[in-house]
Ligand binder design. Structure first.
Ligand code: PRX
Length: 640
């Protein structure tokens, strides 16, 4: 029996949603008449023109707020001008070398307008795609909002990605410009961002790029190409601070964000303006029970969807104060986060299970040295949280007084889908609990039939919601096939899950060939592709194995080209190959050499068996289809 934690009474008393009954009654209304529900929520925002229809649905294509015009930068900034919010902190920045900076709504508005005009002066316009490869500094948020203001579709590339990964993403979306910085700080070291952009663009490898805008952050030496490069400071120097927000169609592509799938190259998940805006803002308000006086901190990077929805767009569209952090949780020491919570009086804290597990391992002293009394709500995202980590978070960080919201969602969903509402829902460590308003998840088998309560199945969502991705950029067929055809007439998330006797959802992890390392999503096919790029590698198969800190870790089985000697030095080179092709964060934990890979007679690699080999599990299940049984004996005999 899972332990249960009721919402603390003093929390519920002040919460937006105060009880399970209240949650249920709003939920029932939201699914009984979704159009009426979402129209009512959308009314709270600014629309240059109102919609004619709330929703148009032609599976798998959806439009929300049909015919409406709006601008998300207007809703995050201009809407608050002339109200008391204009002088409130919009972004509180904590930089690694100790610098802090605060931008009020008024100041942020001015910076966004100036940079938006700078972009226009550089020839960028509505409909262009702009890649953003920047450190976690306020200018990154300014870059997103400036693109959104003029109607340029942004494609943020996480600063940990390599030059090769930048090149693939820039070319797939045919970006016209890259916004970057000379460098970013991490553990006292400079991450050379401009250098990676230069490498990506070398030899005219990204022919659509006309401009590279460079923010000076670290002052590290960089190469300069006068024809393309322009300093951010020069671009804004003469730019006017008057830049009216462009009225954009609600279906306008707000951003593309690449994420890994089970096959092929990463997918450009495309989100459309109106629906995404309403969903990101609405979930932020209710899941985090956001109040005017909160200081809200999400520790994600803006390079991932969590940062898009819950650092930039969601909090700002609610007029909240959001903290932004550049750096690492363990630099200068493991007390870094708790020091920030204490100094900035953070009240809502949202992080990943992998971080919690790493903190837990360091013991209670680091958090106990700090005053964490400002905290009132904690959240987690990105991977299943093990009960031990949940309970530590609850006891040592939340002092048994802060509710925890375990939020399940994805790049594709735009916003949080399954989560407790903190004032209303009793939590159980390890369960994301109940669906958010308007969301109808179910657990089914591959035919779409419901599986009995308590049994594992596939997690699907049965109706479209406003935050749902619209398509895969440039590949609508892949969108339909990946998400709407595995299970008939439902959005298939790629996760396995089960529902318990209270209807609570327990997310069990991916059922496809996607692994989750420290909350970072990677496709095994992508890693395999990177591995065979090494001149000594003939073939490879990659799996995820459980890891105490990172959740899962990558284990790579590799066969070498005939005549090549196995060596530890070669293993290191192969690990580096993945760092080069994708990024350092994707480096495999283990490389294992083998003379052959276990395959079915039709040539499919039997990953199921590799998982067992990696786990030293002798029970191999049904191996009737294995082509050459000796392969397996050899693998099991191999030392790591
Ligand atoms: O497997 C699920 C896991 O993360 C995947 C989505 O990854 P990504 O698109 O990178 O977005 C991460 C942040 C929203 C999901 O398919 N996941 C996310 N949140 C949870 C989770 N697994 C279990 N519990 C969660 N709370």
């Amino acid at each position: 029996m899972a332990q249960r934690f009721d919402p603390p009474q003093n929390f519920s008393g002040n919460a937006h949603i105060k009880s399970l009954d209240e949650y249920r009654s709003v939920y029932e209304r939201s699914v009984a008449d979704p159009e009426a529900y979402w129209a009512e929520i959308a009314e709270q925002f600014h629309w240059h023109e109102k919609w004619t229809d709330v929703k148009k649905w032609n599976e798998p294509w959806v439009e929300w707020f049909v015919g409406a015009k709006t601008n998300i930068a207007y809703n995050c900034l201009d809407r608050f001008l002339g109200t008391p919010t204009q002088n409130k902190a919009a972004i509180v920045f904590e930089g690694e070398p100790g610098d802090t900076q605060t931008l009020t709504y008024l100041q942020l508005h001015r910076e966004v307008c100036k940079f938006a005009n700078a972009l226009k002066n550089l020839g960028l316009e509505k409909g262009d795609r702009v890649a953003i490869y920047m450190p976690m500094i306020p200018e990154l948020a300014i870059a997103l909002l400036a693109c959104a203001r003029i109607g340029a579709t942004h494609s943020v590339i996480f600063g940990g990605f390599s030059a090769e990964a930048i090149r693939d993403r820039v070319n797939d979306a045919e970006c016209k410009a890259v916004l970057t910085a000379d460098g970013g700080w991490r553990r006292g070291r400079v991450i050379e961002l401009k250098k990676a952009v230069d490498e990506a663009l070398a030899d005219n490898a990204c022919p659509t790029i006309e401009r590279v805008v460079v923010f000076k952050r670290c002052g590290n030496e960089i190469e300069w190409n006068d024809e393309v490069d322009v300093w951010w400071s020069d671009a804004v120097a003469d730019a006017s601070a008057d830049c009216p927000a462009e009225p954009l169609d609600a279906q306008h592509p707000l951003f593309i964000l690449y994420t890994s799938g089970s096959t092929g190259k990463p997918k450009g998940v495309l989100h459309a303006l109106g629906g995404y805006m309403v969903y990101a803002a609405h979930t932020t308000k209710y899941v985090f029970d956001l109040k005017d006086e909160d200081v809200y901190w999400c520790t994600a990077d803006i390079g991932w969807i969590t940062g898009h929805s819950y650092i930039v767009y969601g909090p700002l569209a609610n007029g909240a104060t959001a903290l932004m952090f550049e750096g690492a949780p363990n630099y200068p020491d493991w007390g870094r986060f708790w020091d920030i919570v204490e100094r900035h009086r953070v009240s809502i804290f949202y992080t990943a299970p992998t971080a919690i597990r790493a903190f837990l391992k360091q013991g209670d002293d680091y958090p106990n040295r700090h005053d964490l009394s400002s905290l009132r709500l904690l959240g987690t995202v990105g991977e299943p949280i093990n009960p031990e980590a949940w309970l530590w978070y609850h006891r040592v960080i939340g002092k048994e007084r802060c509710p925890i919201v375990d939020t399940w969602w994805q790049t594709e969903t735009g916003g949080i889908m399954i989560t407790p509402l903190p004032g209303a829902v009793t939590t159980k460590p390890g369960s994301a609990t109940l669906p958010f308003f308007g969301i109808e998840p179910a657990i089914v088998d591959e035919k779409g039939e419901a599986v009995p309560q308590g049994e594992q199945g596939l997690l699907v969502v049965q109706h479209p919601w406003p935050g749902m991705m619209r398509t895969i950029y440039g590949d609508p067929d892949r969108f339909r096939e990946s998400y709407w055809e595995t299970v008939p007439h439902a959005y298939f998330a790629g996760d396995g899950a089960m529902q318990d006797e209270d209807g609570y959802f327990w997310i069990l992890g991916r059922v496809d060939d996607v692994v989750n390392i420290s909350g970072h999503r990677l496709g095994t096919a992508e890693i395999e592709h990177a591995l065979v790029g090494h001149p000594s590698v003939a073939e490879s198969a990659v799996i995820g194995t459980p890891d105490e800190i990172t959740g899962e870790a990558l284990v790579c089985f590799v066969t070498l080209i005939g005549g090549i000697e196995k060596s530890d030095a070669l293993k290191d080179e192969i690990v580096d190959q993945v760092a080069k092709e994708i990024g350092r964060f994707a480096r495999p934990k283990t490389v294992r050499f083998t003379d052959a890979l276990p395959k079915t007679r039709s040539g499919k690699i039997m990953r199921r068996l590799l998982r067992k080999v990696a786990a030293n599990d002798p029970s191999l299940g049904n191996i009737d289809t294995l082509e050459d049984i000796s392969v397996l004996a050899q693998l099991q005999a191999e030392d790591e």
